[in-house]
Design a binder for this molecule. Structure first.
Ligand SMILES: NC(=O)c1ccc[n+]([C@@H]2O[C@H](COP(=O)([O-])OP(=O)(O)OC[C@H]3O[C@@H](n4cnc5c(N)ncnc54)[C@H](OP(=O)(O)O)[C@@H]3O)[C@@H](O)[C@H]2O)c1
Length: 360
């Protein structure tokens, strides 16, 4: 009879008394086994202690902030709405000198009304070289010899989103122009000012820069942002300039507005060639429409602070992170999934997709 204690079995008195060899009991006490178990426990304790020390050091380093924030200029693109707008207001409250670039005069005016006199706005279309040159000249005049402490490349666009076969080259170019080429041109244009301040570049990418689950220019543009940021970080390190990448999950902003997304999908379907329509079928379109609607309602978090707090940290911490994941979905689902084998990611991401009419 055995009384179990954790992994070990303790023999009863009669079993202890019985002569060795007459009865070899399964799971009986074994000094070598106990030694191995103790070694394992010790190993796990060392690992836990090391992990604890690592996180303690990281926590300590990350809570240190840079000094004289009130003298630091930060240029943010795409401040009319969403993350850019919230970040501009947040940094203004924190006392930084915000240079908020908006696409429209209306957006700029609304932002000025909601913020202090320190915050200044400029009109910037990141797809226009002239607009970038004019905004850069304005920024240069504002910052003077101090240089530009922070550049946040936030401006972005997502539509059209659809299976790649439904789209044209122009559809891809439209998105890539804003999200990638625009971001690169703005960065190159103001980089001398950032170098002067030994400042920061923060590029807003996406979990869709790590994992792709729909067609169109958006995911390739964000993969491009990741690649550009990685090379920039390595090149600028010797100059004391730090580069961070922000990878948000799904959030409720103008970009994920349900009406806009559904209308765009409808237009693309109506525009599609007869071959594409026959290949995918009406049922595929109807299901995709429902799928998009369900995703946008259920998955988008309204808490934009999860992203803007990371952006603020990237600009104000002495030791900013290289990558920030914004949102629970990014941290606990998309980023871990991106490390799994491609076949697993393919299955997880496509298991709910409708089947095309001419599927094999
Ligand atoms: N929302 C999400 O779930 C999510 C997830 C991952 C990453 N992101 C990224 O986060 C960033 C901000 O997006 P958001 O979600 O805050 O959406 P948003 O509210 O639509 O913000 C994007 C801003 O960029 C502006 N913009 C568009 N084209 C521009 C151009 N050519 N030049 C300058 N500005 C331009 C938009 O102006 P208009 O509105 O006037 O077009 C808008 O103010 C984007 O880079 C986006 O890819 C968003």
């Amino acid at each position: 009879m055995f009384f179990t204690m954790g992994r070990f079995a303790v023999p009863s008195q009669s079993e202890v008394n019985s002569s060795p060899g007459t009865r070899r009991t399964r799971g009986s006490w074994n000094p070598r086994q106990e030694e191995t178990s103790l070694q394992l426990v010790r190993m796990w304790l060392y690992l836990a202690a090391l992990l604890g020390l690592y996180y303690l050091r990281r926590w300590y380093r990350e809570r240190q902030t840079v000094e004289n924030l009130q003298d630091k200029y930060v240029l943010i693109t795409g401040c009319d709405s969403g993350f850019g707008n919230l970040l501009a207001r947040q940094l203004d409250v924190r006392g930084l000198r915000v240079l908020a670039a908006c696409l429209t005069e209306k957006g700029a005016e609304q932002l000025r009304k909601a913020t202090s006199e320190r915050l200044q706005t400029v009109i910037l279309d990141v797809t226009s070289t002239d607009s970038i040159a004019a905004a850069t000249a304005w920024v240069k005049a504002q910052v003077g010899d101090r240089g530009l402490w922070g550049l946040v490349n936030n401006a972005g666009t997502v539509l059209p989103v659809a299976p790649n076969e439904w789209l044209t080259k122009a559809d891809f170019v439209k998105v890539l122009d804003v999200n990638l080429i625009g971001l690169i041109e703005v960065t190159l244009s103001v980089l001398p000012l950032v170098k002067r301040a030994r400042g920061r570049v923060v590029n807003v990418s996406s979990i869709l820069g790590r994992l792709v689950f729909y067609g169109g220019g958006y995911c390739p543009s964000k993969y491009g942002v990741e690649a550009f940021s990685d090379s920039l970080r390595r090149e600028l390190h010797p100059f004391g300039v730090k580069v961070s990448i922000m990878e948000p999950g799904y959030f409720r902003t103008a970009m994920t507005d349900m009406q806009r997304n559904l209308e765009s999908l409808e237009q693309l379907w109506h525009r599609a060639s007869p071959e594409v329509k026959a290949s995918y079928g009406q049922h595929y379109f109807n299901s995709s429409h429902r799928y998009m609607q369900k995703n946008l309602i259920e998955k988008c978090s309204p808490n934009l602070y999860l992203v803007t707090d990371c952006l603020e940290h990237a600009l104000t911490a002495r030791h900013p992170r290289t990558r920030y994941s914004g949102g629970w979905d990014a941290q606990f689902f998309f980023i871990p999934l991106s490390y799994l084998p491609t076949a697993v990611a393919d299955w997880v991401l496509t298991r709910d997709w409708p089947s095309p009419a001419q599927a094999m």
